[in-house]
Design a protein around this ligand. Structure first.
Ligand code: SF4
Length: 392
């Protein structure tokens, strides 16, 4: 998409001037395809040079179109960003520094697959200014990792966390997956303890998501594997809610735990509905009330053919997103401010209807109100999918 040709560019520029942006860059390459994955990623590395050229050009184009806006959080995700050569990473980082004002930068995260990192690469990434690393550990059981099609074993995952510490990353995050066929409650808790023992500052706990077609889902549908039951999965999340704070990792969002002050700044901006620009196949952006997602068809995106999916939120949709996302955070949200905003947009009845339901849920122990502030209770967090439906 050529930003200069968009009628809404002045509004996007204004949003980008109002406060620093988050910048997300998507690297769509992986060594192999995990059996559960539905992200925009490919094993076809022959496209890598061309895709990176396009990504670098997009960085320059958007930086110029938005007037070299300030960026305070940077996130290199994928795919597997750790597949970039040191030179490719250096060139992409330099392009970002040239096109955006990084003076307020507070966090620069890159995702890495434990099967693709070595100390020299991590040290180079660190020297380029990347200070936070998110490692896709998923589990510390080699049989489960093989079932997921991960390219690394558990020892390699722990070694990658150690290498990241030695390379000087200020913050290390690990992903832990729940709901894998064959995974027991006690094993998840043991993995969480081992990961906490490594001194990581952040842990993301995800439920295995098989909504889209993938080889693992086909295995389950064919009856060759079975997912753990819903109650069993709920027990795991409840047990983690109790255990992780004891290990120094406090919950701050439905799926995320951190040591004090080590919450992900980039991801928090999504839940606070602050502006972000995403570049690369399938990357999402939100500036003002306009949101778009780049084409996830990698060759089409690389050749500039893929059309983005554009969405302009109306006033009610934009208002609903504030509690939909904000209630994911443990600190919840200032309902008084939401009510005021709703009044300014003639949406007070809608806001009052949500409030009545959220106050009703307090009697069931699912929400906690402190004067005009509301958050989900620990049990509410476990049932958040159902509760947050009211805003969809
Ligand atoms: S490493 Fe991540 S992005 Fe790549 S195939 Fe596996 S789950 Fe998907």
């Amino acid at each position: 998409m050529n930003p200069e040709a968009q009628g809404w560019l002045p509004a996007a520029r204004q949003a980008a001037r109002a406060e620093p942006l988050g910048l997300y860059l998507h690297v769509p390459f992986c060594v192999d395809r995990c059996t559960y994955c539905s992200f925009a990623t490919t094993r076809d590395r022959s496209l890598q040079p061309q895709t990176l050229r396009r990504l670098t050009a997009e960085v320059g184009t958007w930086g110029a179109a938005l007037g070299r806006p300030a960026v305070d959080t940077l996130y290199l995700g994928g795919g597997t960003p750790s597949l970039l050569s040191q030179e490719e990473l250096a060139a992409l980082t330099a392009a970002v520094r040239g096109a955006f004002d990084l003076s307020p930068l507070a966090e620069a995260t890159l995702e890495a697959n434990p099967g693709t990192v070595d100390l020299a690469w991590l040290q180079r990434a660190r020297s380029l200014g990347w200070d936070r690393i998110s490692l896709g550990v998923q589990a510390l059981d080699d049989a489960l990792l093989a079932r997921l099609g991960r390219i690394h074993g558990s020892a390699q995952a722990l070694e990658a966390l150690d290498l990241a510490a030695r390379a000087g990353f200020r913050r290390r995050s690990a992903d832990l997956m729940v709901g894998i066929p064959g995974q027991s409650l006690s094993k998840v808790l043991e993995d969480a303890r081992v990961l906490a023992d490594t001194g990581i500052e952040h842990l993301s706990v995800y439920l295995l998501d098989l909504d889209k077609a993938c080889p693992l889902r086909a295995e389950i549908e064919a009856g060759r594997l079975a997912l753990p039951g819903e109650d069993e999965v709920a027990d795991v999340f409840e047990a983690l809610q109790e255990e992780l704070p004891r290990l120094g990792l406090a919950p701050y969002e439905i799926s995320n735990y951190a040591r004090p002050g080590a919450e992900s700044k980039h991801n928090t901006r999504y839940w606070e509905r602050r502006p972000y620009l995403g570049l690369g196949p399938s990357a999402a952006s939100q500036l003002g009330d306009r949101r778009w997602t780049e084409s996830g068809v990698i060759p089409a995106w690389t050749e500039g053919r893929g059309e983005p999916d554009m969405q302009e939120l109306d006033a009610a949709e934009a208002l609903a997103e504030i509690p939909l996302l904000g209630l994911r955070l443990h600190r919840g949200l200032d309902w008084g401010a939401l009510r005021k905003r709703a009044g300014e947009r003639n949406l007070r009845p809608l806001c009052d209807a949500w409030e009545a339901r959220l106050r009703g849920l307090e009697k069931e122990g699912l929400t906690i109100w402190k004067e005009d502030r509301v958050c989900l209770s620990p049990r509410g967090m476990l049932m958040s999918n159902g509760i947050l439906q009211m805003f969809v």
